[in-house]
Design a protein around this ligand. Structure first.
Ligand code: PHE
Length: 381
């Protein structure tokens, strides 16, 4: 066996000398210690552990060493690299901890500080409830109709079969704006030559709709109405109504009843229903009061002394508004042939509905404009 061919062994490499390896290690550790941020440490990491770092380059030289020197140099470089990686990891942990501590302080939110944000507003619940009711009917194909609040007496009364002697026409309920003699063509008289009143219901919008539209007519008329009532817990001289009018061929009271049931079920829940009680309105014949199942006891208090209900006085029903089949005289006043067409109508107050639906106890809260009342209702759109 021949001796190793010494002439192939390269000379001892400068880069692999122990003091050089130690210097590389110490320089790396010093660079890590000097890095005062994670970014700076990243740079030092690339410089001292990357592919072109002095230790990596030294490592490459090992392969060319004579066999007896390989193990020795390999061990030296390996240990140095181990120490460098350890130093890097330790500094990394230190800098990350410093950063976390700093972020905690910098990004802390003092929830007790006073703030100057403009408080979020809210829509008035009468508006949102009215829109919700409108939506129910729009979904069934009704149109929303509006009309003037200062209204011709003819639209507010005469066309609705409320004759000159009807008590509702007297001073007791109605705000008069202009009499027939001084109105002539006053704003709102609609050229009818009649006086002008603040409308006492939104029924005149139904008349305007029936006159303006092609048949059949399906309209829902929300709006502000006026009556000479004192403001108290259950009355306000300015309030809101929703009235509905349907005129078509073959409409019956069954259609009216089904429409009412659908409305209260949409607003109060699937088990709700309505009840009609005979009544009189000049503009409908037959006419009825419409009641809905008590929204609190849902009828469970009736004949049940163990479970009395204050809301409906244990009657099981709550009065909601008026309704009926449109009086043929009203149809005629609107130019509709009562022999061919029939119609139904109903109307009710939104304030009362809001009291039911949200347990509002005092109507004055609805008109005073205090945001503490409206805010809990939020921004329902
Ligand atoms: N217009 C009536 C009112 O304001 C309500 C109503 C409308 C009654 C339609 C019957 C039919 O009291």
């Amino acid at each position: 066996m021949s001796a190793p061919n010494k002439s192939y062994d390269p000379v001892e490499v400068e880069a692999l000398k122990p003091e050089q390896i130690e210097r590389m290690r110490d320089e790396a550790l010093a660079a890590f210690a000097a890095a005062d941020s994670l970014d700076a440490l990243q740079e030092a990491k690339v410089a001292h552990t990357g592919g072109t770092s002095p230790l990596a380059l030294a490592n490459r030289e090992i392969g060319a060493l004579p066999p007896h020197a390989k193990a020795d140099a390999g061990k030296r470089v390996g240990q140095a690299r181990g120490a460098v990686n350890k130093g890097l990891a330790a500094r990394q942990t230190e800098l990350e901890a410093e950063r976390d501590a700093r972020v905690l302080v910098e990004e802390a939110v003092d929830v007790t500080l006073p703030h100057d944000r403009v408080p979020a507003g809210a829509r008035h619940p009468l508006t949102t409830l009215s829109e919700r009711i409108e939506d129910i009917f729009v979904a069934m194909g009704y149109e929303v109709a509006e009309g003037p609040e200062a209204e011709a007496e003819w639209f507010n009364f005469d066309a609705l079969n409320i004759g000159p002697d009807h008590p509702a026409r007297g001073e007791a309920d109605t705000f008069f704006v202009a009499t027939a003699s001084d109105s002539g063509s006053a704003a709102g008289s609609g050229g009818t030559g009649s006086g002008v009143v603040l409308r006492t219901h939104t029924s005149p919008v139904q008349i305007r709709s029936a006159l303006d539209r092609e048949l059949p007519v399906y309209v829902i008329c929300p709006g502000r109405v006026y009556r000479t009532d004192e403001l108290d817990a259950t009355h306000t001289p300015v309030f809101h109504q929703v009235e509905l009018l349907a005129i078509d061929e073959g409409l019956t009271m069954a259609d009216l009843k089904g429409t009412l049931d659908h409305m209260v079920q949409s607003l109060f829940g699937a088990e709700m229903k309505t009840r009609l009680r005979p009544n009189f309105f000049p503009f409908t014949e037959p006419s009825a009061e419409m009641d809905m199942l008590c929204y609190v006891c849902r009828g469970a208090s009736v004949g049940n002394p163990d479970r009395p209900c204050r809301t409906c006085s244990s009657e099981g029903w709550i009065e909601l508004g008026g309704c009926g089949m449109v009086n043929p005289r009203v149809l005629t006043a609107c130019g509709v042939d009562p022999e061919k067409y029939s119609g139904f109508a109903f109307g009710f107050g939104i304030e009362r509905m809001l009291m039911f639906r949200h347990n509002v106890e005092d109507m004055r809260d609805m008109v005073e404009g205090d945001v503490r009342f409206t805010r809990p209702f939020g921004m329902e759109i």
